[in-house]
Design a protein around this ligand. Structure first.
Ligand code: BEZ
Length: 285
């Protein structure tokens, strides 16, 4: 998790967990793609509050969680005191030694300078190491973005000031970027994942309060609630169905291997690691 959060300057990490815990729950599919093995050194890039970092640790891997938001790292450390978490940004973090894998869920789309992020991830990996991730893909939350842009235009915000806070690439665009950074792309899939917002009683309004800071920052504070209300009304036909708020998420999931590893690099579905039983503290047992 990186980038401009809700209306303050820092992430409200507890609110994030309460309202958007679904993000973590839906991250389990990409964990299978990562296929962590006992003893592997793994970086969780954009770890947020550390829940998936703990799941990776439960496989017996030696995992480090990294996030640009200090509030997220503070909460992750409080929740999982036995695990390692550090503050760092995708484009310029540095590690002491190369890792076997880099994992990322729902975070890469927040990171500015995506080509630098991919190059930096490649630098952090050993040759043959894997980059397994899921992020928002092309078209992600497009109804919401259109609704907020319209609400902002109605407030007098000019086209040149309409924020585009996230990077949601297509398969072709991101695979090209990964190849340019020295990866071989083994798998890439863009798919719809309509995501119920059952923990957000006010639907799109709650979502915008957690994630929409960049949009709200372009209007005066006293107009922000009006923008939230108007955007929520505009997106309602797309997001409110059968008495439920459902966000139009689209995911880009991929597995890429850092070139230079010879035949050791695994493909999708490679297995070998014994699943380690989890403890509540996120320790492998
Ligand atoms: C996402 O996970 O797709 C996402 C989350 C927050 C803001 C934008 C996208």
């Amino acid at each position: 998790m990186t980038g401009t959060p809700g209306r303050g300057n820092e992430w409200d990490s507890a609110l994030y967990d309460r309202a958007l815990g679904v993000v973590t729950r839906l991250g389990s599919g990409v964990l299978e793609l990562l296929d962590p093995k006992p003893g592997e050194r793994i970086l969780d890039l954009g770890c947020g509050t550390g829940h998936l970092t703990a799941e990776i640790a439960a496989y017996g891997a030696d995992v480090l969680g990294l996030d640009a938001a200090e509030s997220m790292i503070a909460r992750a450390r409080a929740l999982y005191p036995r695990l390692r978490f550090e503050v760092g940004r995708g484009a310029d973090f540095r590690l002491d030694a190369p890792v076997d894998a880099v994992f990322s869920n729902a975070a890469l789309h927040w990171m500015p300078r995506p080509a630098d992020v991919a190059a930096n991830v490649a630098r952090a990996l050993r040759p043959g190491g894997r980059f397994a991730a899921e992020m928002g893909g092309k078209g992600n939350v497009s109804s919401l973005i259109a609704a907020v842009h319209q609400a902002l235009r109605e407030e007098g915000v000019g086209a040149e000031r309409l924020p585009e806070p996230w990077y949601f690439p297509s398969v072709g665009e991101y695979a090209t970027l990964l190849e340019g950074a020295g990866f071989e792309v083994r798998y890439a899939h863009l798919f719809d994942r309509p995501t119920p917002l059952d923990d957000c009683p006010n639907g799109a309004a709650d979502w915008l309060r957690v994630f929409g800071g960049a949009f709200l920052a372009v209007v005066p504070p006293e107009r922000q609630e009006a923008v939230i209300a108007r955007a929520t009304m505009l997106v309602r036909p797309a997001w409110y169905r059968d008495d439920r708020w459902v966000a139009d998420y689209r995911r880009l999931r991929f597995l890429a291997i850092k070139r230079g590893g010879g035949a050791r690099a695994p493909g999708i579905g490679a297995r070998g690691g014994r699943r380690i039983r989890r403890s509540r503290a996120g320790r492998a047992r």
